[in-house]
Design a protein. Structure first.
Length: 207
């Protein structure tokens, strides 16, 4: 009598795999059908007519969001314009600032035209360009050496045109050049007008 042979482990796995194939195919097929059915149901819930009553709340939300977005954008643009206008210097303010720079940092007019503080060689900051006794002396005797530097702040020693002519040509209203130690400036007309604007903007103060 011939002995029965038991199938090996590899043969068993092959038999199990063959018997499971139909079940796996059926399971995958059912999964695809279920997914297709869900997709159709989802599509059927959304009406194709854009004027369908169920879409009215959505349309209202879209309109509200659009209005809010336009409002925020318009406010942002308006605020940016106002900020730019507020930070941009006015022409007269810029001219005065330029004149201040020329008077204080370039020509240093206060060295002669600002009085000294009492019992000090420091300039009196409370009376800028209010006129002062001239502390400079010529190295050689000069008969017409000036003894005082005139006031420049607020009340100018001449008209605007006379001051501009002096600062651009070095010639005063009498047709002569000013005596030393006054420098002979050759400013541009724009810079000369800026200097005049700054001098007139200074507060009135007494020496």
């Amino acid at each position: 009598m011939e002995r029965l042979r038991l199938p090996s482990s590899q043969a068993k796995r092959m038999q199990l795999h063959s018997s499971a194939k139909p079940f796996l195919h059926e399971l995958l097929d059912r999964r695809r059908k279920a997914h297709l059915l869900c997709s159709r149901q989802e599509n059927s819930r959304m009406p194709s007519n854009p004027h369908h009553p169920s879409l009215r709340p959505i349309r209202k939300i879209v309109v509200i969001v659009a209005f809010v977005s336009f409002g925020i954008t318009g406010f942002a643009v308006l605020f940016a314009q106002q900020s730019t206008e507020g930070t941009a210097p006015k022409p007269e303010t810029a001219q005065i600032a330029r004149g201040k720079y020329i008077v204080e940092d370039v020509a240093v007019c206060g060295q002669c035209h600002t009085p000294r503080a009492p019992n000090s060689i420091a300039m009196d900051s409370g009376h800028p360009l209010a006129g002062s006794a001239l502390w400079l002396q010529s190295a050689r005797p000069v008969s017409n050496w000036p003894l005082e530097a005139p006031r420049l702040a607020t009340t100018l020693p001449g008209t605007d045109d006379e001051m501009v002519r002096l600062l651009t040509t070095g010639i005063w209203r009498d047709g002569n050049r000013l005596r030393a130690p006054m420098p002979q400036f050759r400013l541009s007309r724009e810079d000369a007008e800026a200097v005049v604007s700054y001098l007139k903007s200074l507060p009135q103060s007494e020496k």
